[in-house]
Structures are given as structure tokens and as C-alpha cells.
Design a protein around this ligand. Structure first.
Ligand code: MG
Length: 399
């Protein structure tokens, strides 16, 4: 644990709370608690318990049939929301351990971060935003919180999963001031407050957020090349990719002659490792500079979990490349447009005929909100089936 002793002289005992924690880590024993008080679990800390509740939720199981970039039925090897989520959790835990952060909290936030994602990836989010404009809006991040706070119904005494403050804080990574002000009225000093005061979330929350970016950049390159819509040659325009591709070829010249996939994997493997080490080093340096003495100090510091400036620049460049060449590729856009049309029609149909939804949703006095909750919870294939049932038209064939 050389990294720990370098930056943190105060290391807490491992004991039942989990692995060795740095002074700036979140500690489940200091948790701000749950909205509905519950006795502690005998064998698990609060963050482990949150993680377990997330894994057992219905919304978590749906992630397997929700699109990340490529529709679920377009190929069995593309990422889904579930495999994306697991990659974020893996990267997050791995970095957390090096920084002495609480792995269980990073894992809980990572596993929950996309629970509110609509079917059909960003196409779904765009349509629900458009349909909900005059009805309070829709944002997938807020929807993830709504899933764990309200929509999951498994416990006799409360709605939602009753997660701890720290896990909920990590799930809510963006929030407009308008929504934050509303949240303050229902939960004063709660997880919305930092969007009004400019405070930061825990380091574990900051890390889960950055692990999301690292994961999707790398796996979207992989899926993009697998789909044939982008090539390793085009990706070579990016210094970040070229650097690791060239290093892989220098060490293994035979990769130039073999199947390109092996070269791609080796390039991405090296890039992922370099990004992980970069975050650890840059974050250690920021921690040294700001010296937060406790997890509370972290909230008053600037954001500390970070890439180095050069890696930040290169990662943003890769993100822009993927946006222009993959997410905006005509073939992806064509599928996206069909998915959008399907969801617009589905939304309008349920607003007109709420009795087509299950009783819980059909009976809600807030009709549009109930439709948004119902539609956003759907898997891709369920949305396609429902649309076919209600319209008699099947938009996507292969399911
Ligand atoms: Mg994500």
C-alpha cells in the first residue's frame, strides 16, 4: 500500500468496515443515514447493504436488455447497459483500492448509476425530455434516483430501496438549480443541497463518475470497430489511440499481420491501464495539495478525482471522435430515429389510454409522469413488443 502511506498518514483499521480506508474515504459508520431509519445489518456495512439492494432490484435486471449504443438485438457481443455498468464498477473498485477509498460505496454508486436509463439509449432520453417538457421534465440521472427512492416497491414500510445518503448522493451527479431548489423543500439539507452551495460529493461518487467515462470511451471504441462503423485506422488519428497501438506493435510486431481484433484489444488494454494509473497519480497529487482531513473536508474542496490535464484533453478528444464518427454515424442515426418515433408513439398512446398500463401507473393522477416512469423502465424489446401490440406495426424485426 505504498500509495496510501505516501499521501495519508492517518489510516483507519480495516475491521468489519472493509479494506483499509484513507482519512478522506467515506466511512459507513459515519453515514448520514437512510430516509427511513432501519436497524443496521448484522454482517454488512451500510454501503454493502445498498449494493445488495441494488443488485436485487427489478431495474437492475432490466439493464441487460437496454441499449448502450447498439440495440440489443443487433449483436450478442455489444455492450448492454448491464455489462457497461459492471465495467464501471470494476474500474471504480480497482481505482478505489489504490486511493484508500471505500470500494463498497463506489461499487454501489456504479451499479446504480444507469438504473434510470430509458430503452434505446440516448434516443429514449431525448424523446422523454421532449414529451415531458411541459410536465416537469425528464433527466435520466434524476430518474435513476427516482427508481431507487420511489419506483422500486419491495419493502413493506417504504417505497424505493431506502439507500443511504452517500449512495444517493453519488447517483445524483447532475441536477439543475430549479430541481435542486425543489429537492430542498422535500429533503432540506439533502442530496440536492450541493447543487445550490457548489459543494462536491464524496470522492467515491467523483470516482464512479470518472470510471463511467473511462469505461464507455474504451468499450464504445471496441463496439464501434466490431460494428464496422469505425476502423482502427481512423482511430489512429487520435494521439491517445496511436500511442498505445504503436507501443503494442513495437513490442509485438506479429500483431500487424494477425487479426486486427487482437491489436485493438491490446491497444485498449494499454489505454485503460494508462488511464487508471493517470487517475490514481493525478488524484494523489490533488489530495496531497488539498489535504482533506476527513470525508467532510472533501465536500468543501474542489473536485479531486481527476485525470492529469493532458489525459483530460486526450480523453475529451476521444469522446468528440466517438460523438462525431460513431454516435452520429448515419446508420446509428437511422436506427435512433426509428427508436425515437416508436417511443413518441408509445408515449402518446399511454397518455390517451392509460388503462393499457399496469394498474399502479394507470391510476396515477399525474398521468404524463406515470407514463414517463413506465416507458423509461422498459427494456428495448418490451418497448418494441408493446408498440407492436398497441399499433399493430412492428418497427424492429429481429426480436
Ligand atoms: Mg453510464
Amino acid at each position: 500500500m505504498a500509495t496510501l502511506s505516501k499521501a495519508s498518514p492517518r489510516v483507519r483499521q480495516p475491521s468489519a468496515i472493509g479494506p483499509v480506508l484513507a482519512a478522506w474515504a467515506s466511512d459507513p459508520r459515519d453515514s448520514r443515514g437512510r430516509r427511513h431509519p432501519e436497524p443496521p445489518a448484522p454482517t454488512r456495512n451500510a454501503f454493502q447493504r445498498d449494493r445488495d439492494r441494488i443488485v436485487h432490484s427489478t431495474a437492475f435486471r432490466r439493464l441487460v436488455y437496454k441499449t448502450q449504443v447498439f440495440l440489443n438485438h443487433e449483436g450478442d457481443l455489444f455492450r448492454t447497459r448491464l455489462t457497461h455498468t459492471l465495467e464501471v464498477a470494476q474500474l471504480g473498485r480497482s481505482i478505489a483500492r489504490s486511493l484508500g477509498l471505500h470500494e463498497d460505496l463506489v461499487e454501489a454508486v456504479a451499479l446504480a448509476h444507469d438504473l434510470g436509463h430509458t430503452p434505446f439509449g440516448h434516443a429514449g432520453q431525448d424523446v422523454l425530455q421532449e414529451c415531458m417538457k411541459a410536465h416537469g421534465g425528464f433527466e435520466h440521472n434524476l430518474q435513476s434516483l427516482r427508481v431507487v427512492d420511489v419506483l422500486e416497491q419491495r419493502y413493506p414500510d417504504f417505497d424505493g430501496l431506502n439507500l443511504s445518503f452517500e449512495t444517493r448522493e453519488g447517483i445524483l451527479k447532475h441536477c439543475s438549480r430549479r430541481v435542486a431548489r425543489w429537492m430542498e423543500t422535500v429533503e432540506p439539507g439533502g442530496i440536492g443541497a450541493r447543487f445550490l452551495t457548489g459543494a462536491q460529493p464524496s470522492l467515491e461518487a467523483q470516482l464512479a463518475n470518472l470510471a463511467d467515462e473511462i469505461a464507455y470511451n474504451a468499450h464504445d471504441v471496441d463496439d464501434g470497430v466490431r460494428s464496422g462503423l469505425i476502423t482502427l485506422e481512423q482511430l489512429g488519428e487520435l494521439p491517445l489511440i496511436a500511442r498505445f497501438r504503436d507501443a503494442a506493435l513495437a513490442e509485438h510486431p506479429a500483431l500487424a499481420r494477425g487479426p486486427q481484433r487482437r491489436l485493438l484489444f491490446e491497444t485498449l488494454r494499454r489505454m485503460l491501464s494508462a488511464q487508471v494509473y493517470d487517475v490514481i497519480d493525478a488524484t494523489q497529487a490533488a489530495l496531497q495539495q488539498h489535504q482533506p482531513a476527513t470525508a467532510e473536508d472533501v465536500r468543501a474542496s474542489p473536485a479531486l478525482v481527476q485525470f492529469s490535464p493532458e489525459m483530460r484533453r486526450q480523453s475529451s478528444q476521444l469522446k468528440r471522435f466517438l460523438f462525431q464518427r460513431l454516435y452520429r454515424h448515419p446508420e446509428v442515426m437511422h436506427t435512433t430515429e426509428r427508436a425515437k418515433q416508436l417511443l413518441r408513439e408509445l408515449f402518446a398512446l399511454y397518455v390517451e389510454r392509460p388503462q393499457e398500463m399496469p394498474a399502479d401507473f394507470a391510476g396515477s393522477p399525474l398521468r404524463e409522469r406515470a407514463v414517463a416512469d413506465y416507458v423509461s423502465g422498459m427494456t428495448d424489446r418490451f418497448a418494441i413488443r408493446e408498440h407492436a401490440r398497441l399499433t399493430g406495426t412492428r418497427v424492429f424485426e429481429a426480436m
